[in-house]
Design a protein around this ligand. Structure first.
Ligand SMILES: [Zn+2]
Length: 154
Protein backbone atom coordinates (compact mmCIF):
# COMPACT_ATOMS: atom_id res chain seq x y z
CA UNK A 1 0.00 0.00 0.00
CA UNK A 2 1.52 3.29 -1.14
CA UNK A 3 -0.02 6.48 0.19
CA UNK A 4 -1.97 8.33 -2.47
CA UNK A 5 -2.11 11.95 -1.46
CA UNK A 6 -4.59 14.37 -2.98
CA UNK A 7 -6.81 17.33 -2.18
CA UNK A 8 -10.17 16.34 -0.75
CA UNK A 9 -13.15 18.56 0.03
CA UNK A 10 -14.74 17.80 3.40
CA UNK A 11 -17.75 19.98 2.59
CA UNK A 12 -18.91 17.94 -0.43
CA UNK A 13 -16.97 14.80 0.57
CA UNK A 14 -15.33 14.53 -2.83
CA UNK A 15 -11.81 14.50 -4.21
CA UNK A 16 -11.00 17.79 -5.88
CA UNK A 17 -10.36 17.17 -9.55
CA UNK A 18 -9.85 20.75 -10.63
CA UNK A 19 -8.77 23.16 -7.91
CA UNK A 20 -9.46 26.17 -10.14
CA UNK A 21 -13.14 25.42 -10.56
CA UNK A 22 -14.04 23.69 -7.28
CA UNK A 23 -16.79 25.77 -5.71
CA UNK A 24 -16.10 25.37 -1.98
CA UNK A 25 -13.83 27.48 0.16
CA UNK A 26 -10.29 26.22 0.56
CA UNK A 27 -11.00 26.15 4.30
CA UNK A 28 -12.79 22.86 3.69
CA UNK A 29 -9.95 21.27 1.70
CA UNK A 30 -7.59 18.76 3.21
CA UNK A 31 -4.47 17.22 1.71
CA UNK A 32 -5.05 13.60 2.57
CA UNK A 33 -4.12 10.00 2.02
CA UNK A 34 -7.15 8.17 0.69
CA UNK A 35 -7.26 5.93 3.78
CA UNK A 36 -7.43 8.98 6.08
CA UNK A 37 -10.47 10.82 4.69
CA UNK A 38 -12.84 9.03 7.08
CA UNK A 39 -10.98 10.59 10.01
CA UNK A 40 -10.84 13.99 8.23
CA UNK A 41 -14.61 13.94 7.58
CA UNK A 42 -15.39 13.07 11.19
CA UNK A 43 -13.12 15.79 12.62
CA UNK A 44 -14.51 18.36 10.18
CA UNK A 45 -18.07 17.55 11.28
CA UNK A 46 -16.98 18.39 14.86
CA UNK A 47 -15.47 21.72 13.86
CA UNK A 48 -11.92 20.36 14.30
CA UNK A 49 -10.74 21.27 10.81
CA UNK A 50 -7.78 19.34 9.40
CA UNK A 51 -5.44 20.77 6.76
CA UNK A 52 -3.54 17.52 6.18
CA UNK A 53 -4.22 13.90 7.13
CA UNK A 54 -1.53 11.35 6.37
CA UNK A 55 -0.12 8.09 7.61
CA UNK A 56 3.43 6.85 7.51
CA UNK A 57 5.44 3.74 8.30
CA UNK A 58 9.19 3.59 8.83
CA UNK A 59 10.94 0.27 9.06
CA UNK A 60 13.13 -0.18 12.14
CA UNK A 61 15.96 -2.59 12.63
CA UNK A 62 17.55 -4.78 10.02
CA UNK A 63 15.02 -7.59 9.64
CA UNK A 64 12.84 -6.94 6.62
CA UNK A 65 9.12 -6.28 7.21
CA UNK A 66 9.48 -6.96 10.93
CA UNK A 67 9.35 -3.79 13.04
CA UNK A 68 7.87 -0.43 12.15
CA UNK A 69 7.36 3.03 13.59
CA UNK A 70 3.84 4.02 12.57
CA UNK A 71 2.43 7.53 12.45
CA UNK A 72 -0.98 8.96 11.68
CA UNK A 73 -0.66 12.75 11.49
CA UNK A 74 -3.42 15.28 11.23
CA UNK A 75 -2.47 18.95 11.02
CA UNK A 76 -5.24 21.24 12.25
CA UNK A 77 -6.28 24.66 11.00
CA UNK A 78 -6.28 26.08 14.51
CA UNK A 79 -5.42 25.09 18.03
CA UNK A 80 -8.41 23.71 19.87
CA UNK A 81 -9.17 23.01 23.49
CA UNK A 82 -8.17 19.37 23.60
CA UNK A 83 -10.54 18.59 26.46
CA UNK A 84 -13.42 18.45 23.95
CA UNK A 85 -12.35 14.94 22.96
CA UNK A 86 -11.74 13.77 26.55
CA UNK A 87 -9.20 10.96 26.79
CA UNK A 88 -7.71 10.02 23.42
CA UNK A 89 -7.10 6.36 22.52
CA UNK A 90 -3.71 4.91 23.36
CA UNK A 91 -0.89 6.34 21.26
CA UNK A 92 -2.84 9.45 20.25
CA UNK A 93 -1.82 12.92 21.39
CA UNK A 94 -2.24 16.59 20.55
CA UNK A 95 1.02 18.36 19.73
CA UNK A 96 1.21 22.13 20.05
CA UNK A 97 4.98 22.52 19.75
CA UNK A 98 7.80 20.60 18.12
CA UNK A 99 10.37 18.66 20.13
CA UNK A 100 13.19 20.47 18.30
CA UNK A 101 15.19 23.02 20.40
CA UNK A 102 13.22 25.99 19.06
CA UNK A 103 9.91 24.32 20.03
CA UNK A 104 8.26 25.89 17.02
CA UNK A 105 4.48 25.82 17.25
CA UNK A 106 2.48 23.14 15.47
CA UNK A 107 -1.19 22.24 15.56
CA UNK A 108 -1.33 18.52 15.26
CA UNK A 109 -3.28 15.50 16.37
CA UNK A 110 -1.15 12.40 15.91
CA UNK A 111 -0.78 8.72 16.61
CA UNK A 112 2.72 7.33 17.05
CA UNK A 113 3.64 3.79 17.94
CA UNK A 114 5.90 0.86 17.27
CA UNK A 115 4.46 -2.23 15.67
CA UNK A 116 6.04 -5.63 15.38
CA UNK A 117 4.91 -7.82 12.53
CA UNK A 118 4.38 -11.26 14.02
CA UNK A 119 2.76 -12.56 10.86
CA UNK A 120 -0.89 -12.28 11.92
CA UNK A 121 -1.62 -9.26 9.79
CA UNK A 122 0.10 -7.15 7.16
CA UNK A 123 1.31 -3.59 7.58
CA UNK A 124 -1.62 -2.41 5.44
CA UNK A 125 -4.06 -4.23 7.71
CA UNK A 126 -2.46 -2.73 10.82
CA UNK A 127 -2.75 0.81 9.38
CA UNK A 128 -6.37 0.17 8.39
CA UNK A 129 -7.08 -1.14 11.90
CA UNK A 130 -5.56 1.94 13.59
CA UNK A 131 -7.61 4.20 11.32
CA UNK A 132 -10.80 2.26 11.99
CA UNK A 133 -10.25 2.33 15.76
CA UNK A 134 -9.86 6.11 15.69
CA UNK A 135 -12.94 6.48 13.47
CA UNK A 136 -14.91 4.44 16.01
CA UNK A 137 -13.59 6.64 18.83
CA UNK A 138 -14.75 9.75 16.93
CA UNK A 139 -18.12 8.10 16.17
CA UNK A 140 -18.63 7.64 19.92
CA UNK A 141 -18.58 11.43 20.37
CA UNK A 142 -21.45 13.88 19.98
CA UNK A 143 -20.11 15.88 17.04
CA UNK A 144 -22.83 18.55 17.16
CA UNK A 145 -22.15 19.21 20.85
CA UNK A 146 -18.39 19.44 20.26
CA UNK A 147 -18.91 21.80 17.35
CA UNK A 148 -21.13 24.01 19.48
CA UNK A 149 -18.57 24.12 22.29
CA UNK A 150 -15.72 24.95 19.90
CA UNK A 151 -17.73 27.78 18.34
CA UNK A 152 -18.05 29.36 21.77
CA UNK A 153 -14.31 29.22 22.42
CA UNK A 154 -12.03 31.86 20.95
ZN1 LIG B 1 -16.44 21.04 -2.08
Amino acid sequence: MIPIIAQYCMECKEWIEDSDTHKCSKDSWVLADKEMVGIADRLYSMGIVPTTAMWGATELGTAKDHEYFLTLEINLRRRINESVLDKLPEGWKFHWETVTPDQSPVKMLAYTGRWINVGLKSLDERIAELIQEFEEFLDSKDSEAIKAVLLLMP
